[in-house]
Design a protein around this ligand. Structure first.
Ligand code: ZN
Length: 275
């Protein structure tokens, strides 16, 4: 896997599924926490082996939210203690069937494991002090159970899918995600930002990525408000290519296309309810 060293004892690994990022954090010299374990057994084994070479055991898994690409990998670390946000489990139960359908479509050969119930469910502001300080923040919008992890001493913020190359609100809310991103932009001190997918970003590039996510949501909102005002039905709106709605200027792969459609559907339903 492609790996990047972020600080002494902190590494990120890029999965072959949609460039999802897993963050390995050495804690007290013996134990390590892994944020968002990769879905695939070989990738999980690679990270476990990398940790073992440094005499670290992956004793803790931290799940930033309950979407399959971030949680299925827990099956590859059966002895680890699982940490997630308080609303993780209820949300996980609710989306399990939809998520299974999604992964069966995009990864037809992947055998979907059972989602494991976390051992520790945290509130906003919870802290872990074990060799290193970790602060947990609740952020909704992409999903109701979003958990961001701050390493205040290293200036590293691991934010899960709150920030991704193209925002996705299929199981969240447009208004809430915009609020979470604006708060993040205000509070981010300018160190390293680890998004859910893609690559680690630093300083202005990190702020730029957060701002670009906000701008995308604003374009999405105005396209959907426009459609509602013109009396365009949801089915009709979904027929229009995302490029024509000013959502994306580039060629889209099937996953991108799916993301834009999900966003349109979700935003339409949300804005129509509040109209
Ligand atoms: Zn997600």
């Amino acid at each position: 896997m492609e790996r990047e060293d972020l600080a002494q004892g902190v590494w990120i690994f890029k999965s072959r599924f949609a460039e999802m990022l897993s963050t390995l954090i050495g804690l007290d010299g013996k134990r390590a926490a892994l944020i968002d374990p990769p879905m695939f057994a070989d990738e999980a084994a690679e990270i476990r082996g990398f940790a073992a070479e440094r005499e670290l055991l992956v004793d803790f898994l931290i799940l930033t939210h309950a979407h399959g690409d971030h949680v299925y990998g827990a099956a590859h670390f059966p002895g680890a203690l699982i940490i997630a946000h308080r609303s993780f489990w209820d949300f996980s139960r609710k989306i399990e069937a939809t998520d299974q359908k999604f992964f069966a479509r995009f990864l037809p050969d992947y055998e979907i494991p059972e989602v494991r119930c976390p051992h520790l469910l945290l509130e906003d502001g919870s802290e872990m002090r074990l060799g290193r300080r970790l602060i947990f923040r609740h952020a909704h919008g992409h999903s109701p159970d979003g958990l961001m992890v701050e390493l205040p001493d290293e200036g590293i913020w691991i934010v899960g899918d709150v920030v991704i190359p193209t925002p996705l609100l299929s199981s969240g809310s447009l208004v809430e995600l915009k609020t979470s991103l604006r708060e993040l932009l205000e509070r981010f001190p300018g160190g390293v930002l680890v998004p859910g997918h893609g690559r680690a970003l630093r300083g202005d590039a990190a702020r730029g990525a957060i701002a670009a996510n906000i701008e995308y949501l604003e374009r999405l909102e105005s396209a959907v408000r426009d459609a509602i005002a013109k009396g365009i039905e949801l089915d009709e709106l979904l027929e229009i290519a995302p490029e024509c709605l000013d959502l994306s200027p580039r060629d889209l792969d099937p996953l991108d296309r799916w993301i834009h459609r999900e966003n349109l559907r979700r935003a339409y339903e949300e804005l129509l309810r509040s109209a």
